[in-house]
Design a protein around this ligand. Sequence first.
Ligand SMILES: [Zn+2]
Length: 384
Amino acid sequence: MSELQSLYLIFALFYLAECLVWVRSRGVLFFSPWGRTWRFKEPDQLFGNQNGGFWFGNPLPDLGYLQQGFFLPVCLTPTTLSTVDVHTGQLPAETVRRVSLDAIETVQRDGLSLIINQDFKIRAGNEHCARQLFRFLQDFRKVPEGERLAALEAFYQGRFHTGTIEERLADLRRHGLPLRILANLLWFFLFLITPALTLLMPLETLLFPWLTAYAVLHLATLGTFWIAYRRLHEGAAREGLYGALFKILFFTPGLIRAGDLLALPLLTTYHPLAIALAVDPQQSSTGFARRYLLRLKFPLGEDRWDAESREEAQWFRAWLLARCEALLTQKGLAPARLLLPDNLDEGSLSYCPRCLTAYQVVRGECAECPGIQLVQPQHQGERS
Ligand SMILES: [Zn+2]
């Protein structure tokens, strides 16, 4: 292999590494590989560990945008805050940290983490989420107990605001288009045109015009990234601009994927269900809404906790479930139908109400969902 080919191979490997996206725990990644159908991935569906998982993005010229939403790392009631996780559907930790809201004296933020009473730390999905939760808790703990429910409603109304999400996505498509075009041109130039030219022309003839074309494309892509980022992100969200620019200034593999850097921070302070409904309003049976509703309704392992934590988690889940159902109804969907399995196979005598797997036994516990009892279908093909 010649030196040039080795360099090219290293470049391609760096590019492939740039296609990897780390999805932190409590995060949900939404993507549309060809700019049409949206899909979603959560860390438990990816290669990773308890802190998150890797997702490998489409390495071909990208036509869609990535979006990411995060669940908040707290369970809130009008009286307490706890570290109970009602969102991710994973078997919860046995130890729960909880504090009465009236007993919260200090809330500090350190990057992604919030420190309550200098005693316990909660880690948010990203810095924007940590900042959002920090601001909310600063006020929420001082609100009189009788008004806290309204404050919680108002906070979640903001996180559930699909109208704003749709506007932001429309802005992304509009302001991100020049970047999308130039980044894809850069991809074609480096991965198709350059190898073809090296086969057709001697290197010494090619070098100067190639360098000129490359420099022009590189600078134009950087410029459009700068403009689009400033148009799309305001206030604290714009702080990420310099870090992103530093990453791609001299690093072309990163520059080709700059659309991800532009889009990923856009919606991270919104609830993943609201993002799911904004990107895919029809939410098919494989959509995120179904998965989320089922896990809110049928949690795992709550019997591991003390009675108070269990009661608080149940209150928060029921409160959240009612809001999610209202949001789905408002979007013209029937939440009750999402909770039922699609056509069950002939001979299925029961199904798990949580993961909707069909079983050929009348009763028992689901093999995948510890503690969840199977139920009998009301009639063959429940959703049909
Ligand atoms: Zn199950």
